[in-house]
Design a protein around this ligand. Structure first.
Ligand SMILES: CC(C)(COP(=O)(O)OP(=O)(O)OC[C@H]1O[C@@H](n2cnc3c(N)ncnc32)[C@H](O)[C@@H]1OP(=O)(O)O)[C@@H](O)C(=O)NCCC(=O)NCCSC(=O)/C=C/c1ccc(O)cc1
Length: 393
């Protein structure tokens, strides 16, 4: 006589993880070419044959000086640009060539970051059950996620999801999806990969308007970040870094036009309102209050650690001021901004990586928050709990 068959509810309970999803490993990568902010305006106006647009060059110089950025990495170097001179003029139909270049380069860059994350994780790539890939630079199917799975030797049954055009909130969204997958599938190990290449949106300055393009050229850079997410870590191999205690997405009302992206024949066209730092500033604290109320955790803003997407220096300044943060609270975000610029959705993964490396003189906060912002305006919030190994580090 066998035992009574399990109910669907019992089967479902057994399928779920016991513990919360946790960040188990992080890897990052950048293209080898880098440029300092001091040299960028001369470079940009020279390679786009636009030296005569002196007012715009002065504006880009002012933005570079005020950006809080020292250097950025780019895939589209001078040699590649010489082979694709039409990229400098967005009225020309250059989209095909841009898609060719990014379809090849995005998975390669993501594979570099993911290989580092997998090496740190300590388990074979074949143990990855799910892949969530976010990019604004890929417009082809099969997509960059399939190529990445092949480059890494993932199992043929890996569950793939690709997110496109989430912009700067892409990393935050991908991590939230990974949390859901890990907590709802016992034993799941989710690889989150983000890779962003500005070559899809690079073009020369325009005499009429085009200030969004000048802003973009002053602050955006290329990079890739990868994270392994899983619940119920298998010791001693798996060492959790951050547990993901709560996640939410908020759309700021009436801000659909504040950040927009659209694919055009000449590449990706983007618009960024000068009001973005203020609009975010007005809504950040409400997201934090709601998140910590859900958890019933009493939080003083200065008692938390922060992994904030450094969309621009002015955004970090607004958040610092509105939350009344002590000096250095946003140090990880500012350091990543300084060394790499705004790498859109992937940046927040660099910030998490920086955060876990920072010295914790005299102990570190137990609770913290990751926030990323993108078109919508969308605010992705994840409340993090530092694993014990990190608090003592
Ligand atoms: C570093 C900035 C740009 C300047 O610093 P500042 O302290 O405001 O300094 P100033 O007030 O002196 O401003 C310098 C100049 O920058 C100009 N500026 C100030 N924001 C602006 C503005 N959104 N537009 C175009 N001029 C501006 C500003 O008008 C001014 O021009 P001028 O008076 O002629 O010197 C700062 O304003 C800042 O960090 N802004 C936040 C930028 C921001 O909104 N980032 C998040 C959204 S970005 C996004 O969604 C990306 C999409 C994306 C798209 C394509 C990709 O390839 C990749 C990604």
């Amino acid at each position: 006589m066998g035992s009574a068959p399990a109910t669907v509810r019992e089967i479902r309970r057994a399928q779920r993880a016991d513990g919360p999803a946790a960040v188990l490993a992080i890897g990052t990568a950048n293209p080898p070419t880098s440029m300092t902010q001091d040299e960028y305006p001369d470079y940009y106006f020279r390679v786009t044959n636009s030296e005569h647009l002196t007012e715009l060059k002065h504006k880009l110089t002012r933005i570079c000086k005020r950006s809080g950025i020292e250097k950025r990495h780019v895939h589209l170097n001078e040699d590649l640009l010489a082979a694709h001179p039409d990229f400098t003029d967005r009225s020309l139909p250059s989209l095909d060539a841009r898609v060719d270049l990014s379809s090849a380069a995005v998975p390669e860059l993501a594979a570099s970051a993911a290989a580092r994350a997998i090496a740190e994780w300590g388990r074979p790539a074949m143990d990855i059950t799910h892949l969530v890939f976010s990019t604004y630079s890929g417009f082809r199917a099969p997509s960059a996620d399939l190529r990445l799975a092949s480059l890494l030797g993932l199992r043929p049954t890996v569950n793939r999801t690709i997110l496109s055009l989430n912009g700067c909130s892409g990393g935050g969204r991908a991590l939230q999806i990974a949390k859901e997958l890990a907590e709802n599938n016992r034993g799941a190990r989710v690889l989150v990969a983000c890779a962003e290449l500005t070559l899809i949106a690079f073009y020369g300055p325009e005499e009429e308007g085009g200030l969004d393009n000048i802003l973009g050229n002053g602050i955006f850079g290329d990079g890739s970040g990868a994270v392994i997410v899983g619940a119920d870590p298998v010791g001693p191999v798996e060492r959790p870094l951050f547990e993901m205690a709560f996640a939410s997405q908020t759309t700021v009302p009436d801000t659909e036009d504040a950040i927009t992206m659209q694919i055009m024949k000449g590449g990706l066209d983007f618009r960024v309102s000068a009001q973005v730092p203020r609009l975010l500033g007005c809504n950040i604290e409400r997201c934090l209050i709601e998140a910590f109320e859900e958890l019933a955790v009493r939080a003083e803003w200065n008692d938390l650690f922060y992994a904030i997407h450094p969309g621009g220096r002015a955004i970090l300044d607004h958040i610092d001021g509105l939350l009344g943060l002590d000096a250095g609270k946003l140090a990880a975000s500012r350091k990543v901004l300084s060394e790499f610029g705004n790498m859109s959705g992937t940046t927040v993964i660099f910030v998490l990586d920086e955060l876990r490396r920072q010295p914790k003189d005299g102990g570190a906060p137990e609770w913290g928050v990751m926030m990323a912002f993108g078109p919508g305006i969308t605010i992705e919030t994840i409340v993090l709990h530092a694993a014990s190994s990190l608090q003592q580090n």
